[in-house]
Each structure stands twice: as structure tokens, then as C-alpha cells.
Design a protein around this ligand. Sequence first.
Ligand code: ADP
Ligand code: MG
Length: 359
Amino acid sequence: MALIEVNHIRHSYLPNPAKDSDFALKEVHHTFEDGGAYALLGPSGCGKTTLLNIISGLLYPSHGQLLFDGRDVTRLSTQERNIAQVFQFPVIYDTMTVYDNLAFPLRNRSVPEAEVDRKVRETLEMIDLTDWANRKARGLTADQKQKISLGRGLVRSDVNAILFDEPLTVIDPHMKWVLRSQLKQLHRRFGYTMVYVTHDQTEALTFADNVVVMYDGEIVQIGTPAELFERPRHTFVGYFIGSPGMNFMPVSVDGHTARLGEQAIELPGAPKEATGAMELGIRPEYVRLGRDGMAVSVSKVEDVGRHKVVHATLEGRDIAAILGEDDEVPAEPRIRFDPAGINIYADSWRVDLDRSGGA
Ligand code: ADP
Ligand code: MG
């Protein structure tokens, strides 16, 4: 396995890109540590597949450099890079048996037949297709075919990295969960460098130790699930992760105080940089609904099982709050923001608060 450095990479599908918006990848600079399990998370069209294909060599970047263990591989072919890639839709040989499909990548590299057999059987076990080993792939369901694709990605142990591009899209929900847990186990057991692309936050947060969030051709934050939740660096991360996402409201900030219309909100510290027009972000989990604080009207209460999501109106804006399953909305509801959950943003990027001298 290898350490993968993505060095100031930009990519455009246009012949003569001029503006920033001509680039599918605006500028990506990041190191994937050897043996790390990463999720690339972002909405459709943000550049995830483009980045993955640049790492595997299906695509050469317009600018920048790609290094594996310090060696420049930017212009090397996919074969020379020795990477396994699993795509969204099955890539298999219909006329071969399930067994031969899995054996193919190994035989291709002249692995001794005894070793091929051992690896193939182990992989069949993992993807739960042992009983189907001698069946032609042609007759199998979409689900089973995708498991073969997954197996082909996992069967080799000599690869530099395994890349997954939304591989569980066609798999049914229960099996999805099973396969994802197995991938995680494999990572623990063999220490593969894994990059897993998804637009689904649950998938990303359960699979990876490090989640790389992409938005509009750029990486906006890399962090553990807890970091992405507590301290989103960009308003997009706050909004995209969480259910519902972070509440944002325009405020003017003066020292420790943020003003939202008639309301004055005490901040846990003064922003270190500029003051003036900013946004306050707070997750619904940190909005306290009760008998003290700012008066609100409640427009909707959604019961989502373990808790309720309450939609309150404050200064004409919708604010979501989480309420315990057994808690009631008070007759004259008021909300408070827990200072631990307050974040301040300028131009969509989080600004540090000087919490030392804070209120
Ligand atoms: P994601 O995988 O995150 O959905 P992609 O990397 O596929 O995003 O796409 C990023 C951007 O590049 C999108 O705007 C998409 O329309 C564009 N794009 C992707 N593939 C091509 C291509 N082969 N030719 C031209 N534009 C492309
Ligand atoms: Mg894609």
C-alpha cells in the first residue's frame, strides 16, 4: 500500500479552460496516508469521480502532480499504478464463472494457482457467494454482480490502494450495511489504503476515520465525523452533514455579541478576525427549547422516533431544535443557544473565536 499525495491538482474537461468555473477540480491538495480509510463525501457533480479517476490513472490532470510514496506517477497508466477500483455499476465478465471472475486479476499477474485458489475462496466467503462459485456471472442479479465487482477489487493484496466509487448504489439496504461493515473489518485487518466515494453522509461517517468533504470542485474540510459535526469549517459542511443540518442566521457581530434583528446573542468569545456582517451557525442539537431565552413561535413538530425535530420561528427565520422524545413544547416557547455549539462564519468560512477571554 502507498502514501498518496495529490499535489495542487486542477482538472478541466474543456480544451481551453479560462475561468475557475471551467474546472471540475479547482485545486485539490491533500495527502492520503498509507493505510488510511478515507471517505470522499459531497453532492453529485462536486468532482469526486474526477478526483478518483485521477488517482487511478483513468484521467490525467490538467495541472499538478500525483505521487505514490514520493514517486511521480502523474503520467503512468492504470496498470503501472497498481490500483484496484470498484465502480458504481458492475464491471465483470458475463461469460465467466463467478470463481473465474475473481481469479482473473490474480492470474493476470501470474499468481501461482494455489495462491489464486486460496484468495478466491477467501473473497467468495467475504462477499457471500461461495455457493455461486461455479455459476456463470450472466444469470446473476445486479446485486450479486456488484458483489463480484467488489470481490475483484478486494482479491489482490499487492495493490497500492483500493478505490470505491459509490459501489453500493445498486445493493439493497440491508446488504449495504453488511458489506460496509466488512469493508471496515478488512481495513482493520489488512491496513489497506482505501478511498471510498459517496454522497451519503451515513455511509461516509460509518466507513471512514477521515472524511474528506468536497464541494464545487474543492475540498472544504477533512476531519473525523466528530470534527465535521462540532466545528464545520464551511457553511456547506454544516448544512450537508447532520439531520437536519446546521441552522444559519445572518448576524452583525460586535465583540462578544451577535445581533440578529432585535435579539442579542452572547458568543463564547469574540471573533479573532473581522467583525461586521457574518453568519451564526448552530446545530439543532445545541438549540435549547424551554421557558427562558428568546421568544419564538413553533411552526412544526416532527416526531422522528428517538427524538423530535421542532421548527421554531425567530426573527422571521426557521430554526430547528432537537427535543427529547418525552419532552413537551412549552406553552410560551423560548430558545437558548448552548455556547458550546455556536460557530461564526464570514464569507461562508468559519472564523476562530477567542474563547479564552470569552463570556
Ligand atoms: P461527482 O462524482 O462528484 O458526481 P464528477 O467528478 O463526475 O462529480 O463531475 C464533476 C464535474 O465535471 C461535473 O460538473 C460534471 O458535469 C463534469 N464532468 C464529469 N465528467 C465529465 C466528462 N467526461 N466530460 C465533461 N464534463 C464532465
Ligand atoms: Mg461520481
